[in-house]
Write a protein that binds this ligand. Structure first.
Ligand SMILES: Cc1cc2nc3c(=O)[nH]c(=O)nc-3n(C[C@H](O)[C@H](O)[C@H](O)COP(=O)(O)OP(=O)(O)OC[C@H]3O[C@@H](n4cnc5c(N)ncnc54)[C@H](O)[C@@H]3O)c2cc1C
Length: 820
């Protein structure tokens, strides 16, 4: 009996090891043969049970090693079922799925991320010219803008700011130098947008949009030489203001269902019979629309008279139309949550455009969706993520400073444990977001277009922006609520939902895109299986399917083992402080691969409709990427010990979120028997991960409420004027003054406690402290300065009783149009 149990244990270990190391079919067969011989030789497996086991093992060996037999009897029938089950994809879905490239997300899906490869990727860097632009014109632009004036009084940027933006080339950051643009890297572009966002959301969006998905980018990639030569230099210098119109009233998130149509026809144009398109459209929410001079327009193109080929339905097409063109209605404004950037609808009925207004000309008819998806694959990781991190950095600076300056119960509020919690969330999330932005921009600068990682960046940077701004508002209390020139937070709070909604609304991005696209694009086998089915190639399917099976079995074995060991023993990059994090992430990557595969095998094509499950799988993938980026960021910044609490907070939080998401996946898995097995494989020791501890949170909060190199690095890149007349300059000055005066305060308090100072009221106490030589004149001056700045910082604006009744006398653009 004992021998039998020992054999069973050895057998399980061997099977586990073979699975763990993804052994080939030949190795499995040979091992099974040797095991059976040993068992027979030892007299353990004899008689008819032995014969049965031999027969089954031989059958498996033949099927797994003899390809033609396997394909005929096993893979073939599976292939036929697979082809029937494979959902029909529309061309727009297919183009969206295939857009962009796979980068480190492929590693995370593999269950075995190559950390050394990640660390070896070059870090994003600024050139001297880019740095000079950030220190020069960007800083200057920030100094020129007063967001209260812009959002409350002008409802627009002042004319001199617009002119400065155009003259300095802000609208052409992504346009190559040969066309007169700045030709900046993705990282530089993100640094510029980030800095401006910390000063003015209006200016940031106005600069962001022409550099984001729109005419400029589409022309650079797909424009004809004539279009490039004409438009790019004009866009770079701000001689043309672009906008891009995709969204229609009945086609928001499902933009590909737009009802806007273009019919290919011939018509007289500028006195000549011309081949072109007659377009009817209605778009809304279009940023810069009200002031645009060229309208990028997406519509569905049809060729009923077969003037350009034999297809009637050509598909989504993008054209560039001068807004002065007859029939284009544009200029009206929406009012998006008190933001003052230009945004509005546009429409037209049977507007004829010549064929050479199609971006890329006639050959690009019907290619619009692919063009948009390709550009979005990269662009989504710059603009909104930069705004998100701007909110994080700004809130870290301002909330930390305010929490030190503002005292209640005779204590700076930042020293209360209750305030430490939101401060820690602000600091930890800001570090994580900075890492994600920097590492993803670095990938873009290496030529990647990581579509899944871009979606992750957009979603998580804007969601964390929401968390951070809410926390910052709570810490500021009434100071954040009363709007006016002295409120530096309220407008950011109002603008959060805009970032959440645009460039792929967040619920949709989480529920449908991150895992939905990731599962197909980044998985080592799924796309190969799908392509094999499309090509009707049994050979290719056989390779992919059995590769997929081995992959899943290996991940099951690895997941359980690493669940037991917590990933200990897995080879990871050196570094005592970070080693365990890499090991845990490897463990989670394996468990994620297992959960993803099991979900796809069990639920199949209807996984697309199981949005809650898909969203949670996306959460796991996202937090794996965010953690990986944080580790790389820490490494590429020279592993600074003083910022380790920030890294640790971020990684603990991500690991906990991964655990929460995995738990919810298993808890809600439709097949309960499989859920039972999954729980044992993924959490063999239960759910052992904890949130960032209170002690860790305290350390992070300390970074925010004390001047330090770690704080400086965390908020690096924001607009921080060295000017006490400026609302933010004053806050930073008050922060430093209050800290410098704390020892003076302590002396006065000690003298009061000892009964030496008996006066009542702060000023009287200070006077007595001077008389008694408790403090020096210099210390008194320091103390008075701190109190003055503190008072100014905590004050909010109040207005005349006629507030809000003044008419707004029109914006700069209305004046320009009126003058025209
Ligand atoms: C200020 C602003 C600026 C903009 N600028 C531009 C621009 O310059 N050019 C342009 O073309 N467009 C622009 N847009 C449009 C923007 O891209 C859309 O608002 C966005 O795509 C969402 O569409 P919608 O507002 O119609 O929401 P809807 O599509 O109606 O979505 C409503 C909600 O349903 C969710 N949802 C939808 N489908 C699903 C699904 N399958 N699963 C789960 N949830 C789902 C969404 O996530 C959202 O939460 C702008 C919008 C705003 C508000």
């Amino acid at each position: 009996m004992l021998t039998l149990i020992a054999c069973l244990v050895v057998g399980i270990i061997v099977v586990w090891m073979l699975a763990y190391h993804t052994a080939s079919a030949l190795v499995w067969s040979l091992t099974a043969g040797v095991a059976l011989l040993v068992l027979a030789g030892a007299g353990i497996l004899t008689g008819w049970p032995a014969a049965a086991v031999w027969l089954v093992s031989a059958g498996i060996a033949v099927f797994s090693t003899a390809t033609p037999i396997r394909q005929k009897f096993i893979t073939g029938p599976i292939f036929r079922i697979y082809k029937k089950l494979l959902p029909q994809m529309s061309s727009t879905e297919q183009e969206a799925l295939e857009a962009g490239t796979v980068w480190f997300d492929g590693d995370l899906f593999s269950g075995k991320p190559d950390w050394n490869k990640l660390l070896a990727y070059p870090a994003a860097k600024l050139t001297a010219e880019e740095q000079a632009f950030i220190d020069g014109p960007t800083e200057e632009l920030c100094a020129m803008v007063n967001e209260w004036q812009v959002t409350h009084e002008l409802h627009d940027l002042p004319p001199q700011v617009w002119q400065f933006i155009k003259d300095k080339g802000f609208l052409g950051m992504i346009i190559p130098k040969e066309f007169g643009g700045l030709g900046f890297s993705a990282y530089a572009h993100s640094q510029v947008v980030m800095k401006i966002s910390t000063r003015s959301g209006t200016a940031a969006v106005s600069v962001m949009v022409p550099n984001s998905l729109g005419p400029g980018e589409l022309l650079m990639h797909y424009g004809t030489p004539e279009q490039k030569n004409h438009y790019l230099p004009r866009l770079a210098k701000g001689l043309e203001i672009p906008c891009f119109a995709l969204t229609a009233p009945h086609a928001g998130s499902d933009a590909a269902s737009m009802p806007d149509t273009g019919i290919i026809c011939r018509q007289m144009f500028e006195g000549k019979d011309t081949l072109g398109i007659r377009i009817t459209w209605e778009k809304r929410y279009i940023t810069l629309g009200p002031i645009a001079t060229i309208l990028g327009l997406a519509f569905k193109c049809y060729d009923p008279d077969k003037l350009v080929g034999d297809k009637v339905e050509l598909g989504i097409t993008c054209a560039l139309i001068p807004t002065s063109h007859k029939g284009v209605n544009i200029g009206r404004r929406h009012y998006p949550l008190n933001a003052a950037f230009m945004n509005g609808p546009n429409w037209g009925t049977d507007v004829f455009i010549p064929m050479d207004w199609v971006i890329g000309g006639q050959p690009m008819l019907g290619q619009g969706w692919r063009m948009l998806m390709e550009c979005l694959a990269a662009g989504r990781s710059i603009s909104l993520p930069s705004q998100g991190i701007a909110a994080g950095k700004f809130a870290s600076m301002a909330t930390g400073a305010y929490a030190r300056v503002r005292s209640q119960f005779k204590t700076p509020i930042g020293k209360f444990e209750g305030i430490e919690e939101p401060l820690a969330r602000i600091g930890g999330n800001t570090y994580l977001m900075d890492a994600c932005r920097t590492v993803t921009a670095g990938a873009l600068d290496m030529g990647e277009k990581p579509s899944v990682l871009s979606a992750i960046s957009k979603y998580h940077m804007t969601e964390r922006m929401r968390i951070i701004i809410n926390d910052a508002m709570d810490v500021h209390g009434g100071k954040g609520i009363c709007l006016g020139p002295n409120n530096y937070l309220g407008r950011a709070y109002q603008a959060v939902p805009i970032a959440i909604t645009v460039e792929g609304a967040n619920i949709l991005t989480r529920s449908l895109i991150i895992f939905g696209q990731g599962a197909i694009r980044c998985h080592p086998w799924v796309l190969k299986e799908m392509k094999a089915a499309q090509a009707d190639s049994l050979q290719a399917f056989d390779d992919a399917f059995w590769g997929h099976i081995k992959f899943t079995v290996a991940n099951a074995a690895r997941s359980m083992w690493m669940g037991i060991t917590g990933g200990r023993g897995v080879a990871v990059p050196a570094g005592a402080d970070t080693k365990r994090f890499y090991q845990q992430l490897t463990r989670f990557s394996t468990a994620f691969a297992l959960l993803a595969d099991t979900s796809m095998f069990v639920i199949g094509a209807s996984l697309k409709r199981k949005e809650k499950l898909s969203a949670r799988l996306g959460d796991v993938l996202s937090h794996l990427y965010l953690s990986s980026a944080a580790l790389k960021f820490y490494d590429q910044r020279g592993r600074q010990a003083d910022e380790f609490p920030l890294l640790k907070w971020a990684l603990y939080d991500c690991a906990f979120q991964i655990q929460v998401a995995m738990d919810a996946i298993i808890e809600n898995f439709p097949n309960r028997a499989i859920a039972f097995v999954l729980r044992r494989l993924v959490f063999p020791r239960g759910m052992t991960l904890i949130r960032p501890s209170d002690e860790l949170g305290h350390k992070v909060a300390q970074i925010l409420i004390n001047p330090s190199a770690a704080r400086d690095r965390l908020i690096q890149g924001i607009y921080l004027p060295n000017n006490e007349q400026d609302v933010i300059g004053k806050l930073e000055a008050a922060f430093n003054a209050v800290i410098a005066a704390e020892p003076v305060d302590a002396k006065i308090k000690a003298a009061k406690k000892a009964g030496r100072i008996t006066a009542k009221g702060a000023e009287a106490e200070a006077d007595e402290a001077i008389k008694l030589a408790v403090i020096t004149d210099t210390e008194l001056a320091q103390w008075r300065r701190a109190r003055m700045l503190q008072h100014e910082v905590i004050m909010v604006d109040d207005f005349d009783a006629s507030f809000g009744k003044q008419a707004v006398d029109g914006s700069y653009w209305q004046q320009v149009r009126a003058a025209e």
